[in-house]
Design a protein around this ligand. Structure first.
Ligand SMILES: *[C@@H]1O[C@H](CO)[C@@H](O)[C@H](O)[C@H]1NC(C)=O
Ligand SMILES: *[C@@H]1O[C@H](CO)[C@@H](O)[C@H](O)[C@H]1NC(C)=O
Ligand SMILES: *[C@@H]1O[C@H](CO)[C@@H](O)[C@H](O)[C@H]1NC(C)=O
Ligand SMILES: *[C@@H]1O[C@H](CO)[C@@H](O)[C@H](O)[C@H]1NC(C)=O
Ligand SMILES: *[C@@H]1O[C@H](CO)[C@@H](O)[C@H](O)[C@H]1NC(C)=O
Length: 246
């Protein structure tokens, strides 16, 4: 009897903890959002994580995610993640992407990221797909339903948690730089880039393939990545066929 009461109380505690974590609005004023935040020191915005004009990524030594924000409304996002394949454990997908642009703090406590559409890049490596390693354009407007900055008890560092629109929690990120480490906060490639002509033409892999409306944004990251990987695979085979015919 005592034991089951204890377990019940424990369950209540866990439940409340989970709920408190979901509603971050009251905690997000501990310090400002401006700065660079990283879940792992090996992944950071800025630097040479991505060179969009060269369609190139420099792979970090470790997976992780990183976001930077400025007081003037600019953001940058860098992610390098593995996605397990439930049906085949040896088919682990590696996804690396980068984008930057403007962000808005909405009245209801959410954050929306509005990327510069010509600059974002993504590469999916899938050992089980027909073709891997293709880099394509990436432009994913993202809504974070709420966010909060707390102080980590063990390290005393500021810690940022973003909860995505669909309820997915991003890994905790620690403040690693203030002011933030970022690429120039302007359009870097494509027609809108100033003082720079990008000779690369968009081809079959135009990002419009990946554009989608608000509703499918609810899909989980892994589902999104699955679809992206599928598209990349299809594009890869089309390209492969084309090359074979030459
Ligand atoms: C921080 O708190 C102030 C006063 O309560 C509020 O006006 C402001 O919107 C908050 N800032 C953020 C980013 O939530
Ligand atoms: C990755 O690790 C190697 C060897 O430890 C080191 O030389 C290199 O600087 C690291 N790269 C990054 C991006 O941290
Ligand atoms: C919060 O505001 C954003 C921007 O206006 C909107 O897209 C989103 O649907 C809102 N979320 C809720 C739960 O109302
Ligand atoms: C790029 O240029 C187009 C057309 O001139 C414009 O509609 C668009 O808003 C520009 N994008 C950015 C990010 O400046
Ligand atoms: C999982 O692996 C299978 C092959 O075993 C592959 O057909 C499928 O596309 C993979 N799924 C994802 C999401 O990569």
């Amino acid at each position: 009897m005592l034991r089951s009461l204890f377990i019940f109380a424990l369950a209540l505690l866990v439940e409340q903890g989970a709920r408190a974590q979901g509603d971050l609005s009251s905690t997000n004023n501990v310090t400002g959002l401006a700065g660079t935040w990283s879940s792992n020191p090996s992944v950071s915005t800025g630097g040479d994580f991505c060179i969009p004009a060269e369609m190139k990524f420099n792979y970090p030594n470790n997976t992780g995610i990183s976001y930077s924000f400025t007081d003037t409304g600019f953001f940058e996002e860098a992610q390098y993640r593995y996605t397990a394949n439930a049906s085949n454990p040896s088919c682990i997908q590696a996804t690396i992407f980068w984008q930057h642009g403007k962000f808005g703090l909405n009245d209801n406590g959410s954050i929306t990221l509005y990327p510069f559409s010509s600059d974002g890049r993504i590469q999916v490596q899938d050992p089980c797909a027909a073709t891997t390693n293709i880099i394509t354009y990436y432009n994913q407007q993202t809504l974070y339903a709420d966010w909060g900055i707390t102080i980590d008890q063990s390290t005393g560092n500021y810690r940022l948690l973003l909860n995505r629109f669909d309820g997915a929690k991003m890994p905790y990120m620690f403040l690693t730089a203030r002011p933030p480490n970022m690429m120039p906060t302007q359009v870097l490639t494509g027609a809108n880039a100033s003082g720079q002509t990008n000779s690369r033409k968009r081809s079959v892999m135009d990002i419009s393939l990946f554009k989608r409306s608000a509703a499918p944004q609810r899909r989980s990251l892994s589902a999104e990545m699955g679809i992206l990987a599928g598209l990349v695979g299809v594009i890869g085979s089309v390209l492969g066929l084309g090359l074979g015919m030459l």
